[in-house]
Design a protein around this ligand. Sequence first.
Ligand code: 1PR
Length: 337
Amino acid sequence: MEWLLLEGKVVAYLDLRCRVVYIEKVLVSKIFHNKGWSCTSDIQKPGEGRASKLAKRVIACLDVRTNDKGDLVVTKGDQYDVRENTGENEVRNLGKPVELAGQYYIDGADEVSFLNITGFRDFPLGDLPMLEVLRYTSENVFVPLTVGGGIRDFTDANGRSGADKISIGSDAVYAAEEYIRTGVKTGKTSLEQISRVYGNQAVVVSIDPRRVYINAPDDVEFKAVRVTNPGPNGEEYAWYQCTVNGGREGRPIGAYELAKAVEELGAGEILLNCIDCDGQGKGFDIDLIKLISDAVSIPVIASSGAGVVEHFSEVFKKTNASAALAAGIFHRKEVHS
Ligand code: 1PR
């Protein structure tokens, strides 16, 4: 096994097929531009897990919505609250979607995701500005593009509109609840229909869970985990309640149950957010990501909470996540190429 070192630190290794597997992919442009890396063969291996042995991906996410002036802007929330703490309470505006996507592509992002975060109000593939964003982005960005927010139906009118993958949030929660209740795959949900037409690899289910602390795992009917950091009243366990409509409504289903159900319904990948960690910069929720990435066979994208480069290596070392997604750390330009 060949290891690539940058400034004395292991940042990547070559797998058996000589593909580069990044441990700290955010350093990729530094690796290629600085030529500061060297190889060695005698460093300890990263832990063996269930996850895909393909290269770990780093995904830049752009939460997009219309601001109060009617412009489509990239925004970013703290625990899903995207409004500034000012008198006007305006939507935080971090830039233009096409420009930022192009920049992240140049910086070395493996994929770019656009989430229309008010999509529960408007259908993004029927939304002209959003279609324009996708079209212009796909002219200059040559990594997989995902679009999500408001997907409720299968529609052929616009196909995938230049997107490689479609992300489904709220509608997948309703579909999973119904499937768990009846045990029947109707074939009629957006998740099932899109994966049948475009293939499982084109369907990402985005989960927006919130941590709920409990004293014992039997306190709820949902899968709970022992948490690394106890809750405010010393609770040692938590379950992760799924939400819909951008975190506004909690549902009677846990992230574990949802992940297992949507895998059976045809999801090809899971985007695992965590409302508690979103925008906090304190690291990913390792307990949650381990729970889900050990439970399913499809790739899991760890999301929410990245604040420093080490958070990426931590999530890849401690869980079976196949990719890590971040937003704020890139928007604030805290990782430089
Ligand atoms: O339910 O199908 O309409 O889809 C709505 C989509 O919009 C979902 O994917 C949901 O996650 C997303 N969404 C809804 N409201 C918000 C919000 O922020 N108010 N954004 C929202 C979700 C979470 C991540 C974020 C990471 C990383 N954003 O995408 O980018 O937490 O952030 P960080 O690195 O700064 O911590 P539907």
